[in-house]
Design a protein around this ligand. Structure first.
Ligand code: AMP
Length: 180
């Protein structure tokens, strides 16, 4: 029986030079075609957080919205969305962060978390850690604590893990199912 990591390595499709030259885009959409693999990914993403008193799962637009609600269901906690600037209709908190070229801003509704909430942040992939790090700062702005991060994919050479530890703490769990 192949391991989950072996099954993921076979399933994730790598598209060279998308969306621009030099990027090896990791396409996770084939995972969604396999319901057994989806179930196993959700269980493996949630597993390290089962006994960590997580109160909310935060998913990052847009690929963090695919498995995020299922992780929240598995942990039996609410699911909260983080979106790009200007998309959320109610009062928001926002954080800007640096991209390769320029800046991006992400937002969260300001009434979804309160002080002392214990949050798990989920996205499909961590590269430099800028996006997930900014989501962590949104949680911190509302007084929440980031218990950890769960990614399907980690691009190890870009050292996002270190960046996320700097923004949160050394004890914060950074969990990924497959590393490239
Ligand atoms: P970063 O902020 O550098 O950690 O980038 C993470 C965000 O960009 C995630 O939302 C990913 O979905 C996306 N991303 C970055 N690099 C890739 C890649 N090589 N393949 C697919 N998505 C990527």
């Amino acid at each position: 029986m192949p391991t989950l990591e072996e099954r993921l390595r076979k399933t994730i499709r790598i598209i060279p030079d998308f969306p621009k030259p030099g990027i090896q885009f990791k396409d996770i959409t084939p995972i969604l075609l396999d319901p057994v693999l989806v179930r196993d990914c959700v269980e493996a993403l949630a597993e390290p957080f089962q006994n960590k008193q997580v109160t909310h799962v935060v998913g990052i637009e847009s690929r963090g919205f695919l498995l995020g609600p299922m992780i929240a269901q598995k942990l039996q906690v609410p699911f909260v969305i983080v979106r790009k600037e200007g998309k959320l209709p109610y009062k928001t908190v926002s954080v800007s962060y640096q991209l390769e070229y320029g800046y991006a801003t992400i937002e969260m509704h300001s009434d979804v978390l309160k002080a002392m909430d214990r949050v798990l942040i989920h996205d499909d992939l961590v590269a430099l850690g800028g996006t997930a790090g900014a989501a962590a700062q949104l949680v911190q702005q509302l007084g929440g604590e980031v218990v950890g991060f769960a990614f399907i994919i980690e691009l190890v050479h870009l050292k996002g893990r270190q960046k996320l530890h700097e923004i949160t703490s050394e004890n914060t769990i950074v969990h990924s199912l497959i590393q490239y």
